[in-house]
Structure formats: structure tokens, C-alpha cells
Design a protein around this ligand. Sequence first.
Ligand code: FES
Length: 573
Amino acid sequence: MTDTTPEPHGLTRGLTNYGDMDFARYLRLSMARSMGLSGNLLKKPVVGIAATYSEFNNCHRLVPELVAAVKRGVLAAGGLPLEFPTISLGEVFLNPTSLFFRNLMAMDTEEMVRGQPMDAVVLVGGCDKTVPAQLMGAVSANVPAIQVVTGPMMTGRWRGERLGACTDCRRFWAKFRAGEIDAETIEEVEGNLATTAGTCAVMGTASTMASLAEALGMMLPGTAAIPAVHADRIRAAEASGAAAMMLATKKLRPDQIITEKSVENALRVLLAIGGSTNAIIHLTAIAGRAGITVDLNRLNELSDTTPVLVDLKPTGPFYMEDLHVAGGIGAVLRELKPLLHLDVMTVSGETLGERLAAEPGYVDHSVVRKLEEPLQPEGGLVALFGSLAPRGAILKRAAADPKLFEKEARAVVFTSLEDLAARIDSPDLDVTADDFLVLQNAGPLSPSGMPEAGYLPIPGKLARAGVKDMVRISDARMSGTAYGTIVLHVSPDAASGGPLGLVRNGDRIRLSVKNRRIDLLVEEAELARRRTEMGDAGPARPKRGYARLYKDQVLQADEGCDLDFLRAEPQRD
Ligand code: FES
């Protein structure tokens, strides 16, 4: 006999277990009534709203307004919206680094989405690590989900100049370090860099992850680049609430949207927008939750065949608000159309091909170039391999100086962030503009938890002499708003015994971007001697708490720095 019992939905899903399901249903509805909800509403499908407002997160200042709009959209579509809080990660307010907490937020999101009764979830995030954390959690929970981002800040004006966080933050800080501006001026700049709510105004990590969320199909078309304070941002949130109801009805889940093909589309978009290096780590982690491997060799193949089309800071002159009025990520996708998989599903309920066929064609080609007239013929990011990085390293060539791409030089080594801070500006530092600066012990397994320290400052005496760029190599990350000839994410990292930890002052290193190589030119016998001399004393294992879990489980950068036990098994044919 066929079971005709209706599938539980709304508040009757996933009942608390008291050993009596009818009692559990009765008790839950009784408690829900205490919130003033009508009996009629309690029968509706439930859309959870993962809200991340925090006074430790400037980028999320307008989350309450977005949540209110999402609720309107859900109610109008006949559902019951229920907001719940999760961890919020404000990039500049966390110690040791927000990446350290990304996986904790992903766990929080996954467990609360799975553990609470909801038919779909709207994820409201924005700052660098919150969007990847929410997507990682949503993929693992595999409940119908849609992403809403807080949107980028607007730029401000200062002494006739247009300023936006945070490429301009770095530009002015470099001037201050070089003695070109004084303390009073830098303080004035500080007050004019970030003047509205929202995420950093350039193609940094937050903007890149918003763009990739749309490219993956997890966000409504045209919503990645809308500024935080624009009325369209609120309308996008309302529309996302309505879309969540559609996802709940169709049972369209993240595993139908995040596939090998949509991840490859996202990689193409990442390369075409000259996006943040951090996005490689985050996309690898998101894909890993779906059992999909992001192979750095494949990244290089895609990079060779994907031109850079978008001219935003930190590499170009424009900001995210310009990308929005130029046509947004839709314009980028339309230009890239011949290179994309068009049969992938999106949260709008249509395929990418259907979406692009239906969209208007306006593009401002000064901001989003034509495919046949790109800014650069090849992608903005490239993976390097070699004896210094057996499992890979990343260089953002779009933000680097090509004159430094084929070069052999002497290593000037800093053994930790503390060592870097203590010596980088010392007049006695033995360094020239021709050297390679090497930072060790700033990778995922280091006590610093892979901070955005890969943008090593130019040593003070060289900065004052006018040196603007040098090759810098580390196992750290770099802010998406930074620029320079910077080799990052060297894997395995120094703290896990990788060759980066064996480099000594004066060693020769060869960089060849053309050959995708980075090699330490030291005999294997000498490296073996150094390895023995160092022993296997890595950083101490934390005694308790999340830090202990992180230390025991965190993966290297080429595996997305996720926790090992949270990844899905790789997909099989
Ligand atoms: Fe949040 Fe830059 S500090 S996006």
C-alpha cells in the first residue's frame, strides 16, 4: 500500500525527539504561537533567513533592512519567514584572522540550517569570509538555498579624489611609509576611505565572492554588484525571499546548482574579473563540500583561455558601483558566453543559458570589455609549481609587474610575522630591490592561521628610495584589494614541513611565470640536512576549543583550507 502521509513541511519538519512525535508537534506549535504567529501562518512553508548583523561587522550594517525585505518577499509568496542569527565575520575585527573562523561559521550555518525546521533558506552575508562560509554550510546541509549579499560601499570624495576601500587604503599607506604624506594627512584619509555601509568598494574578496555566487547560480541574476545603499539592493532582497519560496516548492537544492560545470563557470568569471586570490581557496572549499575537486592545473588551462574583461581596482581605475551601472556580472557572463557551460541550473529556476538569452544587452565596454577586445588575453590568476611549492602557489599576474615574471634572485627570509615586523624597516636589513622577500610560517597551520600578510611591505629604506614592487613569496594570503608581484598560498606551508620552511637567507630562487614554476635552487642533500637540523617540532597543539579542532583538521590551501572531516567524498562518475 502506498504511504499517503504528506511529507512534513514548515514547522512540522525535523521534530524535537521526546519519544512522542504528536506531542513534539503540539509543543512546537504551542511555543511558536507564543511569538504571536497566527495558526494560518504556522501552516505555511518556512523560509529561514540566516542573518549576520553584528556591531563587529561594518560591512553588514544594513543586514536588518535586507532581512526585512526578504521577509516581505517570503510573506507575499505565501510563506512564513523566520530569521535566525549565525556567527558573523567582520574582516578587520577578528584575531588572528577571519579565515581561521570561516569554517566555524560554515559549521554553524550548516547545523542551524539542518537542525531547524525550514523548507528553504536565504543566506544574508557580505564581508569576505561570510559568503563562502554560508555557501559551504548550505552545500553541506543541502536545503534549498539562495544567497543575498550586502553589496559594495559607494566611493567617497576627498580633496578632489575619488576614494574607496580598500585599494586606496593601501595606496595611501604606502605613501605614508615612503614619507610622501604626514601623520595628519593619513588620519584625514582614514576618515574618508569607507564612507557608506557595505563591503569594500573594489574587486576585493567580498566583491569577488559575490560575483562568484552569481556565477555559480546561487544568487539572483544581476544582484552581485548592486551597491549596499541602492534601493535596488532592497528590491533584490525582496525578490530573493520570493525565489526562496519557489526553490522550496521545486525542491531545488544546492547539489543541483553547484556542479563541476558551474564551478568551472565560476572559475572563468574569477579569471575574467581579475578577482581576488582568496577566491581560489573559498571556491575550492565550497566545491569540496559538493565532492568537486578544483585542480590548480585546470585553473592554469582555464587561465590560458579566459581573457581579463573587467577593469576594476586593484588593477584598473573602476569601482564596484561602476560595474553595477555598466551591466554587472550579467554583462561579464554574456561576454564570456562562448566559454561557459550554459545548461547549468540557477536559483532563478532557469538555466544560465535561459537567463542570458532573456537579459537586456546593455554593457558599458569601458568597464566590461568585449571578449574580442579584452584588457588582457589571459586570465588574471596563475598557479605555479616547483620545488618550492610542490602542491602549488598562486600569483595574481593581473596585479603584478611583468618585468619581474622571469627572474632568479637571492632570498631575504623572514621566519615569522613577528620577525617581519621587527626587521622589515631596519636600516641594517641586508636587502636590495633585486632580492626576493620570503615570509615563512604564515600558512594555514601556522599559529597566525594564514593571514593576509602576503603583501609584504617594501622594506622602509627601499620604499623611501622609490621602490614600488618586489617579488614577495609566502604561504600567507593577500587581500583582494592589494597588488604587486606576490606569490601566495605556497603549499605545503612551512609549518607543516613544506620546503618554504627550509629556505635560508642568501638561497637562490627562480620564478618563471611563463613556465608556471617556482624553484628553490638548493641541493637536495643540503635541504635534507636542514630538515634534520630543524626536527619535526611544528607549532604547539592548542590545548582546547575550536583552535584545537582547527589545528587537527585544517587542510592546505590547495584543498581550500576546509576542515578535513567537513568535506564530501569526491564525486564519482
Ligand atoms: Fe568587509 Fe572589506 S572589510 S569587505
